[in-house]
Design a protein. Structure first.
Ligand code: SF4
Ligand code: SF4
Length: 141
């Protein structure tokens, strides 16, 4: 998972100097992710299909497992100039992010093993994964 990055204030210098100052869209502060149980059954994938049917909701798998991603949802603390409005109190996940190689360098999806930005991409995967893909599956008992 790529945690939310800490948008560094102009006065703070890190290993990449003012890299965050150059990052105009503050990509790392405009989405959230949530790890989910690895989907295995048709029912699990039906749930996932429903979730990614909503705008800005996607799913991916990387070396840490499966995640939902809600993209295009800027953090309410992101200031118009790209700085963090609660910099001193920002959450640990924001503090721990390393900007040595981040979304400024390449899209996060470049590092995903599987990437489903929408319903149709996930449906194609389901049809490949399950020989006889069908909906209407009961939850596992
Ligand atoms: S709390 Fe600050 S650093 Fe963290 S996502 Fe929000 S704006 Fe970005
Ligand atoms: S995406 Fe990278 S460069 Fe841009 S604000 Fe986040 S850590 Fe800084």
């Amino acid at each position: 998972m790529s945690p939310h990055d800490a948008k560094l204030p102009p006065v703070e210098v890190n290993s990449n100097g003012n890299k965050c100052d150059l990052c105009t869209n503050s990509k790392c502060c405009t989405y959230v992710t949530q790890q989910i149980d690895t989907p295995r059954s048709k029912y699990d994938f039906e749930i996932l299909l429903w979730q990614v049917s909503h705008p800005n909701v996607g799913a991916y798998k990387d070396e840490d497992g499966w995640f939902l991603i809600f993209d295009g949802v800027p953090c309410s603390h992101l200031l118009p100039d790209g700085r963090c409005g609660i910099y001193e109190d920002r959450p640990t996940i924001c503090r721990s992010h390393d900007n040595d190689y981040c979304e400024y360098d390449a899209p996060a999806e470049d590092g995903f093993e599987l990437w489903f930005p929408d319903y149709h991409s996930l449906l194609a995967y389901c049809r490949k994964r399950f020989k006889r893909w069908s909906t209407g599956n009961p939850p596992p008992s």
